[in-house]
Design a protein around this ligand. Structure first.
Ligand code: ADP
Length: 286
């Protein structure tokens, strides 16, 4: 499955929320990042066909160049506020979703068993949804999003509110998933990106600030991090990001600085994200 987002613009009244966005999705796991208000939810809502774009198109191609209509696309979606009917058992709830997804009756059991297995909920299949822990409920949400061989899966902040144990389970679960369609994972958590996503998209102010592999994102070759004493900071003329630390500043720059500052040997994902989301000039990305 290939999805091409072409020249996508969304305005609400006069406010531009997405500005001429171009993106390509293939069968990979994409991390969608960006500060609040950067347009992530709007992009997801357009991909889900819940909102019409003001301009631009989204093209879906199944086999190489064969275009398909959005109406024939099966979308798996885990919303931020996923909930289940309290009185339903886990399997009844999945049966219900299978009907909504128009999965043939003969295929339903196989499909349900498959996603129960995938999300480690097989033993819980008879449990009432009201008895599920937060983490189990989230797994049920993931199970329903993968029901019926979706053409694209969108998971909106899937790890928010999970305890560390459930977070690890989620990571393990994602590793088991066979990536046979584009999976878009919207998240604020940088660790999710480095653990789960092969590619990263960063939005800011409705524009694409970064689009590329996670490897490049977390190992940027053009970012330098130094520790600097407070009184030396005034000498720095370059454009930098500074973060107050115990006995001075940590500074991030996109050029090697010729001062006698202590350079950190590794650049963390947080450093890279901070730098990209604050200082990458949008016009240089076009
Ligand atoms: P994110 O998910 O990255 O936080 P959103 O897509 O929710 O960003 O929002 C982007 C911008 O669009 C925000 O400034 C938000 O206020 C605005 N916005 C979103 N939905 C609407 C709407 N229905 N009407 C008007 N403005 C909206």
């Amino acid at each position: 499955m290939k999805i091409e987002v072409q020249n996508l613009t969304k305005k609400y009244r006069n406010k531009v929320v997405l500005s001429d966005i171009n993106l390509k999705f293939e069968n990979k796991v994409y991390g969608l990042m960006g500060p609040n208000g950067s347009g992530k939810t709007t992009l997801i809502r357009i991909l889900l066909d819940l909102v019409n774009p003001t301009n631009g198109t989204i093209i879906y191609k199944k086999n190489e160049d064969k275009l398909i209509n959005l109406k024939n696309i099966s979308i798996g979606y885990l919303p931020q506020s996923f909930d289940a009917f309290e009185d339903n058992s886990v399997e009844e709830q999945l049966e219900y979703f299978s009907i909504l997804k128009k999965i043939n009756k003969v295929d339903r059991d196989v499909e349900i068993n498959k996603v129960l297995e995938l999300t480690n909920l097989t033993k819980e299949r008879k449990k009432r949804c009201s008895e599920l822990s937060g983490g189990m409920k989230r797994r049920l949400g993931i199970a329903q999003s993968f029901l019926g061989k979706p053409d694209i899966v969108i998971l909106d902040e899937p790890t928010v509110g999970l305890d560390p144990y459930e977070r690890i389970r989620f990571k393990e679960l994602m590793k088991k998933i066979e990536i046979i369609c584009p999976i878009i994972l919207s998240t604020h958590i940088i660790e999710d990106i480095s653990n789960l996503c092969s590619d990263v998209i960063v939005l800011r102010d409705g524009r694409v600030l970064y689009e590329g592999t996670t490897l490049e994102f977390i190992n940027p070759t053009n970012i330098f991090v130094y520790n600097v004493d407070s009184d030396k900071l005034q000498f720095v003329k370059e454009e930098i990001i500074k973060i107050r630390i115990d006995n001075g500043y940590k500074i991030i720059s996109n050029s090697r600085l010729n001062y006698s500052f202590l350079q950190e040997s590794t650049v963390t994902v947080d450093d890279a994200y901070l730098f990209i989301s604050k200082y990458k000039r949008i016009d240089s990305m076009q």
